[in-house]
Design a binder for this molecule. Structure first.
Ligand code: KIV
Length: 305
């Protein structure tokens, strides 16, 4: 067990080595599927650590899942840095990747490198992720890699530019669109990305693309042929209202459990069932008698009786 708060059950595996990019490549080479999950705070990081996942992404999906924004585009670099720092405090072995938020890397290579450096220095991330495979994103990825920071690409459905893509919908469903995705993945690989996220594309398109790739491809809604999978923490555990995307598999219904827990607490307080005797601190009888006597005297002084 770790030195972290005892109310969070943690299976700390001291023998587990910090995951490196070389380890990811080796696991891919031997056909071991890579597991990535998002996290946005200390407890979600502890859950990812305990599960022994390979990579943790502080996704800008946190804009919606934990900050309540309507989309990912509103979240700021400062907010993403705070989430990254909280995750870092809870994480030991998985590779920590931080999403560069919308507007923090598009303007110039200099802006992209400056932002990426902040996520490494202040957020203590191991790598950064940026969206799209456009010529601009390719250049930004190359510039950040040149600065010595590992970069993960992200193509297919890219939520930061969902409006331009026609909404949150699957991509690569025509030959032209699928070819564009293939070109973008290859270009990001050439730019030096150590891995690429492929989101919401037909499984058959993914299968055809995979033999062209030399770096790990992490899928989300891209079928089973990728080297690994990523899911949003809140989607997989059901910490949300509504069903979510077609590709989400739920492994819990925590929103319902949270609602029920808080409602039971409220009902207990209102009914006078909480706190009960077992929740109260005791005081030695003599100390209590002395306190009461002093309090009575104090009360008399105040009221004049
Ligand atoms: O922000 C995010 O959570 C992501 C994953 C869905 C890949 O980009």
């Amino acid at each position: 067990m770790s030195s972290h708060p005892s109310h969070i059950a943690v299976l700390d595996d001291a023998a587990r080595l910090p995951v490196s990019i070389a380890m990811l490549n080796e696991r891919r080479r031997i056909g071991q599927r890579l597991v990535m999950v998002t996290a946005y705070d200390f407890p979600s990081a502890r859950a990812a650590e305990a599960a022994g996942v390979d990579l943790v992404l502080v996704g800008d999906s946190g804009a919606m899942t934990v900050l309540g924004y309507p989309s990912t585009i509103e979240v700021s670099t400062e907010e993403m840095l705070m989430l990254t720092q909280a995750v870092r405090r809870g994480l030991r072995s998985p590779l920590l990747v931080a999403d560069l938020p919308f507007g923090s890397y598009e303007e110039s290579d200099e802006q992209a490198v400056r932002t990426a450096v902040r996520f490494i220095k202040q957020g203590r991330a191991d790598a950064v992720k940026l969206e799209r495979g456009s010529v601009t994103s390719q250049a930004r990825a190359a510039a950040i890699v040149q600065a010595g920071i590992p970069v993960m690409g992200h193509v297919g459905l890219t939520p930061q530019t969902a409006t331009a893509l026609g909404g949150y919908r699957a991509q690569g469903r025509s030959s032209g669109s699928a070819i564009r995705i293939a070109e973008e993945m290859l270009a990001l690989q050439r730019a030096g990305c150590f891995a690429v996220v492929l989101e919401a594309v037909p499984a058959a398109v993914t299968e055809a693309l995979m033999p062209l790739m030399d770096v790990p491809v992490i899928g989300i809604g891209a079928g089973p042929a990728t080297d690994g999978q990523v899911l949003v923490f809140h989607d997989l555990l059901g910490i949300r209202e509504g069903r979510g995307a077609r590709f989400v598999q739920r492994y819990g219904d925590l929103q319902q459990e949270m609602n029920a827990g808080v409602a039971a607490y409220a009902a207990d307080v209102r009914a006078g069932h909480y706190p009960a005797a077992e929740h109260c601190y005791s005081i030695d009888a003599d100390e209590l008698a002395a306190f009461r006597a002093e309090l009575a005297a104090l009360g008399g002084e105040i009221t004049g009786h």
